[in-house]
Design a binder for this molecule. Structure first.
Ligand code: SF4
Length: 242
């Protein structure tokens, strides 16, 4: 099935492709996505090891795919520096997609940082709204989620319909473990965020990310500490996570 032949992406039946691709290497799932959706395929990355591994595979495949980062204004300097390393290594310029307002204007509008008082609204304004704008005109997006990251993510399939953004969602790393990802990163010398070596297994915006204590097994334990929130709303299936 090619992108041109898809009359209704929302109801397209991907079951044969899912069955065929679920046991394949992520590179083959990405290759299928590139061949199927061509220039109407895009990818968002927060520069985690999963995203960097996918960028490496995209570079191996060689077909240009637009990759973007949701630059909330609250990212770590190390995260933004990784964008430059990726450009140098792969020649892939990750586009920075930014909200309408600067951090200082946004905080002034809300009487202070909203990540303290209403992190869901902050994620909505600074991630979800820019993302919705960024994917207009695209049919499909590649995500970096793994099934073993959370119960929400475990419900995904390798290919699925994403009603939140009206896109076909490709999850090439769904069946990889964290160990699989790091083995790939190390074996291929994929650039990664140095904060991972300083106790941050999962890295988002600096105000909402902390070092994970020894003994904590949940790799996302350092995100939105003290809140019920576990997702920013990009990949959750539960709208309350917005
Ligand atoms: S992760 Fe934190 S700082 Fe970043 S957009 Fe969400 S609430 Fe705001």
């Amino acid at each position: 099935m090619t992108s041109m032949a898809i009359e209704n992406l929302a109801t397209a039946d991907w079951s044969d492709d899912i069955e065929r691709l679920s046991g394949e290497h992520p590179r083959e799932i990405i290759r299928w996505a590139v061949e199927t959706f061509a220039s109407r395929l895009t990818m968002a990355t927060a520069f985690g090891p999963e995203g960097c591994a996918i960028i490496h595979m995209l570079a191996e495949i060689g077909t240009p795919v637009r990759v973007f980062n949701l630059d909330t204004g609250y990212q770590f300097a190390e995260t933004l520096a990784l964008r430059d390393q990726i450009a140098e290594r792969y020649g892939i310029e990750v586009e920075l997609v930014q909200p309408d307002t600067t951090v200082s204007d946004y905080e002034a509008q809300h009487g202070g940082p909203l990540y303290v008082t209403n992190s869901n609204q902050c994620c909505f304004d600074r991630k979800i709204v820019p993302l919705r704008r960024a994917v207009v005109g695209y049919d499909a997006w590649i995500s970096s989620i793994r099934a073993d990251q959370s119960s929400h993510r475990a419900r995904a399939t390798v290919i699925g319909w994403d009603p939140k953004f009206n896109l076909v969602k490709i999850n090439p790393l769904l069946n990889w473990t964290q160990r699989d990802v790091w083995a790939f990163v190390v074996a291929n010398k994929v650039p990664y965020n140095p904060l991972h070596d300083q106790g941050y297994p999962s890295i988002g915006c600096w105000p909402c990310t902390r070092v994970v204590a020894a003994g904590e097994t949940d790799e996302r334990a350092g995100r939105w500490v003290g809140q019920a929130k576990t997702e920013c709303g990009l990949h959750s299936l539960d709208s309350s996570q917005l």
